[in-house]
Ligand binder design. Structure first.
Ligand SMILES: NC(=O)c1ccc[n+]([C@@H]2O[C@H](COP(=O)([O-])OP(=O)(O)OC[C@H]3O[C@@H](n4cnc5c(N)ncnc54)[C@H](O)[C@@H]3O)[C@@H](O)[C@H]2O)c1
Ligand SMILES: [Zn+2]
Length: 349
């Protein structure tokens, strides 16, 4: 078993172990004592893993109810959020009770938001089942739903009390969804962990437990420095400014991981064109990303991307903080004027 502790405004543990799901009840009871739980999951994960979690809770005499949403981003909406809150209220969950988010980032974000606002905040456990959720969304306390105007526009910061990560769950993940998670894994290596980057070259599936541990340790460290996303945490947006623009230009037909992969290559090409990283580092980055079956070239022009990036609903002011790799393992934020963005992105196309 690998354990990572996050010391944010709340301290909590991330437990990582193959086969851990069957002991979920024990770990939840150790953390919370006697509680009633609301399992939130999607229909796909429900069919695959809910029975294991339910059995684990039953064996510890922990009562539970369950809320199942259809799989996919479209479920991260206000209607499902309110239905979940209503279900918990009907079943008289109190502030002593807790939510279990069992699934990918969609379930984690929705369930986390509900935990953040039900009775002004109750505790919750993340049980991530996608690679992206294991290395990224289950840690750090960002929760959200999407609004008609854009993704993740409503949410709260609310840290989980426990994260239970069973890498065996990845065995049933479609390969394209696994690849999407690899884009975020590679991101951690480029941001500040050259050693992790080199481990990834040896194969991600082959070293999955170590890799998840390393990624969440990196994320935990960044969250500890800047829990509320005012500075350092923005480093986690490597590849995301252009990535979000690609998602928007494609009306979300290009997956998040693919878009981030292309965005990461563009950020590295920009760095190379500014003599901030070497050609070898650029080549290594492109090779590692391609090796995961991820794309490396933008189907859109610099002008299309700049237009989409500046239309971002969460952007404010006339500058954008762009994450630039000053070599693999050494990213920094660079302030770019919105008016210069197109020319800047052009260097990476
Ligand atoms: N809160 C954060 O810090 C943060 C960070 C990054 C991303 N996110 C959010 O995360 C979401 C994306 O998460 P995701 O990529 O996990 O998507 P997802 O939750 O939609 O899961 C992807 C698909 O995989 C299926 N699935 C999940 N686990 C499975 C398993 N073990 N076996 C087979 N199928 C499985 C799901 O049913 C779904 O169809 C986005 O909404 C994004 O905004 C949040
Ligand atoms: Zn991402």
């Amino acid at each position: 078993m690998k354990t990572v502790t996050v010391n944010a405004s709340v301290s909590y543990k991330i437990l990582i172990e193959k086969g851990l799901l069957k002991n979920a009840g024990k770990y939840i009871k150790e953390c919370f004592g006697e509680v009633k739980l609301c399992i939130v999951t999607d229909d796909t994960v429900d069919a695959l893993y809910a029975s294991a979690v339910e059995a684990a809770l039953t064996s510890e005499q922990l009562p539970f109810i369950k809320f199942v949403i259809p799989h996919g981003e479209a479920s991260k909406n206000a209607e499902n959020l309110v239905s979940l809150l209503e279900l918990m209220a009907e079943n008289r969950l109190t502030r002593a009770d807790a939510i279990i988010a069992l699934g990918g980032g969609v379930v984690g974000d929705l369930a986390g938001f509900a935990a953040g606002i039900y009775l002004r905040g109750i505790r919750f456990v993340q049980i991530p089942t996608t690679l992206l959720a294991m290395v990224d969304s289950s840690v750090g306390g960002k929760t959200a739903i999407d609004l008609k105007a854009g993704k993740n526009l409503a949410g709260v910061f609310h840290q989980p009390s426990l994260v239970l990560c069973d890498p065996n769950a990845l065995n049933t993940l479609p390969s394209n969804v696994f690849s999407d998670g690899c884009a975020e894994v590679i991101k951690y290596g480029i941001i500040n962990d050259r050693e992790l980057f080199d481990t990834l070259k040896l194969g991600i599936r082959e070293n999955i437990e170590e890799i998840i541990e390393r990624c969440v340790s990196n994320k935990a460290h960044i969250v500890e420095l800047d829990e509320f996303d005012n500075g350092t945490r923005q480093l986690l947006n490597l590849g995301h400014t252009v990535g979000h623009a690609i998602e928007l230009c494609s009306s979300f037909t290009v997956s998040h991981g693919s878009a981030v992969a292309i965005g990461t290559v563009i950020a590295t090409k920009i760095a190379y064109s500014l003599n901030l990283c070497t050609k070898t580092e650029l080549d290594e980055t492109v090779a590692l990303i391609s090796a995961q079956g991820l794309p490396t070239r933008s189907p859109y022009s610099a002008s299309q991307l700049a237009k989409a990036a500046t239309a971002d609903k969460k952007r404010s002011g006339d500058t954008i903080n762009f994450v630039i790799p000053y070599g693999i393992g050494n990213c920094e934020l660079m302030k770019i004027k919105v008016s210069d963005l197109e020319e800047f992105i052009m260097k990476g196309i």
